[in-house]
Design a protein around this ligand. Structure first.
Ligand code: NI
Length: 252
């Protein structure tokens, strides 16, 4: 009962082998995966996969801050229709990213707020991408978010995590917590209450040790889960059950 709450299974890198990747995940005990879609093509692919494997998949759709210049009003209108119809399980990943580019900060904020409002309207949880933008991101969430929040691949400071935990939120940990040079990740894991933790791959990116350097797959989330269990000093099976409960509570 292992959960990957964030995988880009329908991106061009993984989609061709999606069936094989799902089979491989199931063989490793990863029997619930949320597919993150960043455009309509990925989204339609995800819906086709979900029709084939309904019990193993959830679908999230939303516009990533790095794509802000390419998102049209048609894109937003389509997302809104799909959200309102509850054809998606989570709206995201959405958020702010000042790591690559700060030229479009205002546009990023507008796109973020617009999508939070859509999620509020449709009563859908949101998945948050927050990179080098914690302050603005948390301020916007506090002012606008009314539905549960997933902080995807959390990599902020302990102080930011504690602030994030004051909201109706879950903290999702990915491969980087297994990296030797990552001092902050394990500290965050140790301080996160077990009933607020999620596990994810963010595949095809961020492969955990011992798969570093390979293309990441949902099957590899077990390595991140093992690391969380080790840090939290909890039995792995107990942790897996807890993570599953934490995730499914979003949809209850
Ligand atoms: Ni992602």
């Amino acid at each position: 009962m292992i959960t990957d709450t964030h995988c880009h299974l329908t991106c061009d890198t993984l989609y061709e082998d999606a069936d094989q990747i799902i089979e491989e995940a199931l063989a490793k005990g990863v029997d619930l995966m949320m597919i993150m879609c960043t455009n309509k093509e990925e989204y339609l692919r995800a819906q086709a996969l979900k029709a084939k494997y309904p019990q193993y998949l959830k679908v999230a759709y939303g516009f990533y801050p790095g794509d802000v210049q390419d998102i049209t009003s048609e894109d937003l209108a389509y997302l809104e229709v799909e959200a309102k119809a509850h054809h998606i399980d989570v709206l995201g990943e959405i958020g702010l990213d000042y790591y690559w580019d700060t030229t479009f900060k205002e546009q990023q904020k507008q796109l973020f707020i617009r999508q939070i409002e859509m999620a509020n309207e449709a009563n859908l949880p949101i998945s948050i991408h927050m990179r080098d933008a914690s302050r603005d991101c948390l301020d916007i969430l506090k002012a606008h978010a009314k539905t549960p929040i997933i902080f995807h691949c959390f990599s902020g400071s302990l102080e930011i995590m504690k602030e994030a935990l004051t909201m109706n939120s879950l903290i999702s940990f990915a491969g980087p917590i297994t990296y030797k040079n990552n001092k902050q990740g394990p500290i965050n894991v140790a301080h996160c209450p077990i009933d607020r933790i999620l596990s994810e791959t963010d595949s095809p990116y961020l492969s955990p040790v011992p798969y570093r350097g390979k293309t990441n797959h949902p099957a590899y989330v077990h390595a991140t889960v093992s690391k969380i269990a080790e840090i939290q000093e909890v039995d792995e099976e107990v942790l897996c059950k807890q993570i599953r409960d934490n995730f499914l509570a979003l949809f209850a």
